[in-house]
Design a protein. Sequence first.
Length: 265
Amino acid sequence: MAEAKNEYNFPDLPAESSQCAADFLTSLYSDAQFLDFLTNSAVVGDWAAHTLEGALEGVYNKALKPYDLAKANPGARTRFLRQRRQILFEMFLGRLVDNFQVYLVDLIRAVLRREPRMLQLQQPSISLEEALRYRTTDELIHRVIERKIADLSYQGFERLQEWCASRGIVLVTSEAEKGEVIELIGTRNLIAHNRCLIDEQYCTRVGIGVEKIGQPRMLESSDFLKAQALLLRIVLATDVAAVLKFRLIKVPVLLAAVDPLTEHA
């Protein structure tokens, strides 16, 4: 199968996927563009200032490239960005995990709309009185699905995976990857609710000593890139299996390159 064009070295991006995966990939790609814009703005800005200063002093080095300067003699913008990399990676890792969780919920919704009989395995989730309020069976099914989705969205990854497995919706993860996903979701929760400071719940979920409570969960570029690669792989593998098994409609994966200098609001 042909691959969607991308400039951020995301591996094996399909030309088509479910709408759920297409939305995940669009968001992932948009965030990658923004992160690239931030880093390039700092690095190129420093290089431009350095080049101008050199030209004015008569020591212009034509061979010096922006990222060579950033490695050898980083300017003020690059130093500023590096000093605040924890904030940067908290923002982008939080968005990455949120995007992944939204994909899972959207996938379950899509499968249940194709196979609403899956809900028969559960006890009735609405009363007869409420059911009689709906004019058609489709409206009733939609309401039951949305209620189930709302319930699942607040459950942990392990419980969500168990529920999916019991209905034949396979989230393609190894045991090791499952532990990594749980840790990532725990980190996201620290970012969202505790300024990325380790708390007791995180220690319990991840299996680390309580002596870490109150310390920051430090993040580096390697953490973010590893998380990105892991969640992308899980989404792509899960989506292929779900599309095939439940005959989900496929849509083109369109990842548009954006030039920030020519983009108009």
